[in-house]
Design a protein around this ligand. Sequence first.
Ligand code: CP3
Length: 357
Amino acid sequence: MQKITNHLFLRALRRQVVERTPVWIMRQAGRYMPEYRALREQAGDFLTLCKTPELACQVTMLPLQRYSLDAAILFSDILIIPEAMGLGLSFVADEGPKFARVISTAADVDNLPNIDPEIELAYVNQAIRLIKHQLANKLPLIGFAGSPWTVATYMVEGQTSKQHNKIRSLVYAQPQVMHKLLAHMVKQISNALLAQIDAGVDAVMIFDTWGGVLADIAYQEFSLRYMAEIVSIIKAQKPEVPIILFTKNGGRCLVEIANTGCDAIGLDWIADLKAARKIVGDKVALQGNMDPCVLYADSEVIINQVKLVLNQYGTGSGHIFNLGHGIAPDVNPEHVQIMLDAVKTYSPAFHQQSAVV
Ligand code: CP3
């Protein structure tokens, strides 16, 4: 499958000159869109949407039909890998994901299968081929997976957790079990990402939603180290595919994240974008980081906050505008348009040739 090479988004990821700041939105195809809610209703449930390539393709395209965005992101989920490993995933309305079987011992880890993404996740790769066909090389497509740590939190806790006490207990009480589990997940996740790349995605993003619940040193040992392994595996085989690492609450370890060899760091809204740029220098691009809650405010506030984020990054390339986390389900879709228009109106001034650093 042909890859795009010179699109705005991909150039920004490589810190090459761009004429304006590219923008896309985490969870851009989601419940804030009435079109999405209608399709999910029709499909019956969320997992059916993920597992039916034609529907996953249709959902991926929904935000692109409504807005002018600079990248598409595959409609899927980070939990389909443990689902493919037979842990029994369901999404209970208003409660989020639930696993029927959880991991707590070394024997549980030993019993986990290796998955072949060309078989168990064939529906993902098929969705990617359909999406690439529809995009017709006009927009790049982002593939993704969860980080080994973040996916493991669901495999150990069985659901979304606030405290993550079970898995944080395992980290200290049985670190060897955790390391075994994380090493196993590195294999599954890198194989799944390589299959997504073979099917046609132009960039990949690793979501480490829960790395930030660990102490700094533990984050580096149990989350970042394993993301770094995935980066090395992908770079060894597909050096041309940009990799974005997003750790929510990862702002305290930016030097270490940049040292993994990734191309860009996704920042949550807590992070100071200006300070982050100083810290990472020209090593990586930065993606983010407007507070998703800004979209509840009126247009004047949204425009001012967009300007603030652009100002924080400053002049020159290497910035991809995004929210600091996923868009909330009850945001007014018209407010998204205001944000996108503001990025397009105000960002070219940050990319005048003379201002490129
Ligand atoms: O960004 C996109 O539009 C791509 C699609 C995408 C989804 N999930 C679709 C989805 C992506 C990138 C994800 C990643 C994901 N999934 C993460 C990391 C995200 C981050 O921002 O940190 C996590 C932790 C998950 C696991 C997961 N999936 C949870 C906790 C939930 C329930 C969340 C909720 O708000 O109810 C899901 C379901 C899910 N994944 C939905 C969507 C659109 C909502 C499903 C629905 O009710 O229709």
